[in-house]
Design a binder for this molecule. Structure first.
Ligand code: CIR
Length: 408
C-alpha cells in the first residue's frame, strides 16, 4: 500500500479494520436546492433543515475525530484540487457545463466565466450547481441566447449534487487502490467527475492507483462490502447491475485485489437501493441484517480460477459468505424480530452502520431496537443524531468513504 504523510498507508481490505481516515461531505448549499417539486428526482424523501443537517454532520465528524479518525471533507479536497491543478479545473468545468443543455454559445460563455473563478467559488458551483438566474450577466449573452431567454430563472443550468453527502457511493477503496464508481441515476452521475479529479490531482493521493478503470456498467459503492481480505460482496438491484457486478469482479480478479466475489440480488426498491441499506459488517465475523430478508438473501459466487471466472449458486448468502471467509458461521444480528419495527428501522438506516474497529460501530440514535440488539450481541454502538441527514435515506456508512483502515 502506498505510504502517505500520515503514519498509515491509504487503503482498506475490510469493513471493520480500525478506521484511520475517511472522506465525508459536509452538506452545503446543494441541499438548499431541494424543493417539493424536485426532491423525488434528486433522491431525497423530504426537504432537510439544512443548518440542522450541518450540525448533525459536524457532530458525526466529531465522533470520528474523537475516535482517532482523520476526517477529510470532500468540499475542502475539491477546492484544494482545483487550486493545485489547472487540468482538474478544466475537467471539473467540462463535466458540469453541458452544451447539450445550454447550447454551444452559452456553454462556452459559462465555461469561460467558471475558468476565471477563485477555486472555492468554482468548487461551490460544481457541488451546489447554478440556476439560470445565477448565470453571469453580460448584455450580449442576455440578448443573443435563446436558451437563456426561454429557460425559467430558477431552472438549473448546472444541476446540484445533494447526494454528494453519501460519499460511500461515488468512490471506494479496495486494497491499496481506489475505484471511481459508475452511478446509475441521472441525479448522481456527475458526482464521480468530482471524486475522479480529487483522486487524480490532489497531492494527498499522489501515487495512488485505480481499480475498476473501465467502468463499463453501473456499480455504486454502497453495494460493495469488503467481507474479508480478497472477498467482496456486491449487491445487485436498483443501482448496481449484473453487468456491473461481473465487470467489477473480473477487474478485481485481474488486478489481484480479490479472489472471490459474491453477487447478492436485492429488491429493486427505494428502501433497498444498496446492499448496505440491508446489511453491514459490525465485526470480523458478524453483520447487522434486515430480518425480513435475512432468510431469503442469496448469493452467486464468482471465483477466479486460473484465467477464467467460475460462477456458482445461488445459495443462501450467509452460507456462501461463511464458506468464502473460511469461518464456521457468519453471525447475523437482526434489527428486531417484529416485522413492523424492523421495517421502520431499516427505512431509517438501522442496518447502515459504520464500523470504526471490530465490534465498534456508529449508528443513528433513532433506531432504538436495532441498537439495543447490537449491544446485546456485544457490539459497542456510538450513536449520532440523523433527523435531517436521514431525509436523503442514508446512514453513517453511506455518508463515509473509508480512505484507510488497519489490516485485521
Ligand atoms: N450507500 C447508500 O445506501 N447510500 C445512500 C444513498 C441515498 C441517496 N439519496 C440515493 O438515493 O442514492
Amino acid at each position: 500500500m502506498s505510504m502517505t504523510a500520515a503514519n498509515y498507508p491509504l487503503g482498506s481490505r475490510s469493513e471493520v479494520g480500525r478506521l484511520r481516515a475517511v472522506m465525508l461531505h459536509r452538506p452545503g448549499d446543494e441541499l438548499l436546492r431541494l424543493t417539493p417539486r424536485n426532491n423525488d428526482q434528486l433522491l431525497f424523501d423530504g426537504l432537510p433543515w439544512v443548518a440542522r443537517a450541518q450540525e448533525e454532520h459536524d457532530a458525526f465528524a466529531d465522533v470520528l475525530r474523537a475516535n482517532g479518525v482523520d476526517v477529510y471533507l470532500l468540499g475542502d479536497l475539491l477546492t484544494e484540487t482545483i487550486e493545485h491543478s489547472g487540468a482538474a479545473r478544466i475537467q471539473g468545468i467540462s463535466s458540469a457545463v453541458s452544451p447539450r443543455r445550454l447550447g454551444t454559445h452559452l456553454a462556452e460563455d459559462l465555461a469561460a466565466h467558471l475558468r476565471s473563478l477563485p477555486a472555492m467559488d468554482l468548487a461551490h458551483v460544481l457541488t451546489a450547481g447554478m440556476t439560470f438566474d445565477e448565470l453571469p450577466v453580460t448584455p450580449a449573452a442576455a440578448s443573443s441566447s435563446l436558451v437563456r431567454r426561454m429557460h425559467h430563472g430558477p431552472e438549473f443550468a448546472i444541476e446540484p449534487l445533494p447526494n454528494l453527502l453519501f460519499t460511500r457511493d461515488s468512490s471506494f477503496w479496495i486494497g491499496a487502490r481506489f475505484a471511481i464508481t459508475s452511478l446509475a441515476l441521472p441525479a448522481r452521475v456527475r458526482e464521480t467527475s468530482l471524486t475522479d479529479i480529487i483522486y487524480a490531482h490532489h497531492p494527498r493521493f499522489l501515487g495512488a492507483r485505480r481499480a475498476y478503470e473501465s467502468q463499463v456498467a453501473p456499480v455504486e459503492g454502497g453495494d460493495v462490502l469488503l467481507l474479508a481480505p480478497g472477498i467482496v460482496a456486491v449487491g445487485v438491484g436498483e443501482r448496481t447491475t449484473p453487468a456491473g457486478a461481473e465487470a467489477l469482479a473480473r477487474s478485481l480478479f485481474d488486478d489481484g485485489l480479490a479472489h472471490t466475489v459474491l453477487a447478492v440480488p436485492i429488491e429493486q426498491a427505494r428502501a433497498f437501493m444498496h446492499l448496505d441499506t440491508v446489511c453491514t459488517m459490525v465485526d470480523v465475523d458478524a453483520v447487522v441484517m434486515y430480518p425480513n430478508i435475512a432468510e431469503t438473501m442469496a448469493a452467486y459466487t464468482l471465483r477466479s480460477v486460473g484465467d477464467t471466472v467460475v460462477v456458482s449458486g445461488p445459495r443462501p448468502f450467509v452460507d456462501a459468505a461463511a464458506e468464502a471467509m473460511g469461518i464456521e458461521k457468519l453471525r447475523v444480528i437482526d434489527t428486531g424480530l417484529d416485522p413492523v419495527t424492523a421495517e421502520r428501522e431499516q427505512w431509517d438506516d438501522g442496518n447502515n452502520t459504520l464500523a470504526l474497529a471490530p465490534g465498534v460501530v456508529v449508528s443513528y440514535n433513532r433506531n432504538v431496537e436495532t441498537n439495543r440488539r447490537l449491544r446485546d450481541s456485544g457490539i459497542e454502538v456510538l450513536e449520532i443524531e440523523g433527523r435531517e441527514l436521514g431525509s436523503g435515506r442514508g446512514g453513517p456508512r453511506c455518508m463515509s468513504c473509508p480512505l484507510a483502515r488497519d489490516e485485521l
